[in-house]
Design a protein around this ligand. Structure first.
Ligand code: APR
Length: 231
């Protein structure tokens, strides 16, 4: 069985990382237009760098949870019949054991040099003075995050896999942001079964064949046990 899993901020919530649109979410406290767009970065680079520096530093304080671990088990058993696409920019899937993670919105632990186009692993603060480790140019490093209005990464690969999968599972995502929110319809139109694993019905819940609602640390391991048998 070929499975595509799409995760969102909800899978990392129980690890202690805030989601975006829950009542205590990031976008409930700060304006995404001022922090997560190319225009915001051009207008006030230090404000935007500071926002991502804080989120990058927070990665050192959190651990993957049972849902991340369960998906790593699913990848290990299914191999090439499994694709994990995440909207998350944290590294909890990797630290939970996943080896192939498609970060369609980029990653906090990568920086992007706009002078030489290099993408480099980055775990510290970034500022406008930061010099690129590849080309040495200073003042051209930005977080390797896909901002609103920018094209998500690896879309062709994702679309091809959605067209040929048997089961599409969305975990911990509100279905509020495209193109990720449209993946369920693409998979369904290609004949796949679709399943929503979420704390509560998402904006896109009507598009799913079946739903299981509850905390990811409970419903994701239970789902994986159903597919593979108990761990
Ligand atoms: N277990 C399962 N689901 C949860 C949990 C939990 N413990 N806690 C919250 N959720 C669910 C919420 O019910 C909500 O549906 O996770 C979802 C989180 O939704 P959002 O905060 O909108 O996050 P996400 O869907 O990942 O946002 C998509 O928007 O801001 C952009 O680029 C950003 O990748 C992000 C994208």
């Amino acid at each position: 069985m070929r499975i595509v899993v799409l995760t969102g901020a909800g899978i990392s919530a129980e690890s202690g990382l805030s989601t975006f649109r829950d009542p205590d979410g990031v976008w409930m406290k700060m304006d995404p237009i001022k922090l997560a767009t190319p225009e915001a970065f051009a207008a006030d680079p230090e404000l935007v760098q500071g926002f991502y520096n804080a989120r990058r530093a927070q990665l050192r304080e959190v651990e993957p949870n049972a849902a991340h671990l369960a998906l790593a088990r699913l990848e290990k058993e299914l191999g090439r019949d499994f694709m994990l696409v995440t909207q998350n920019v944290d590294d909890l899937h990797e630290r939970g054991g996943s080896r192939e993670v498609v970060h369609m919105h980029g990653q906090l632990r990568q920086a992007w040099c706009r002078a030489c186009d290099a993408r480099v692993e980055w775990n510290d603060d970034l500022s406008s003075a930061t010099a690129c480790p590849e080309c040495g140019a200073a003042g051209h490093m930005r977080p390797d995050i896909v901002w609103f209005g920018e094209m998500p990464y690896r879309m062709e690969e994702i679309m091809r896999t959605l067209d040929t999968c048997d089961l599409f599972v969305a975990i911990g995502t509100s279905g509020a942001v495209y193109p990720a929110a449209g993946f369920v319809e693409i998979a369904a139109n290609a004949g796949a079964e679709t399943l929503e694993l979420n704390l509560q019905p998402s904006d896109g819940t009507v598009f799913f064949d079946s739903h299981r609602h509850g905390p990811a640390t409970e419903i994701v391991p239970a789902f994986v046990d159903e597919i593979l048998g108990p761990a």
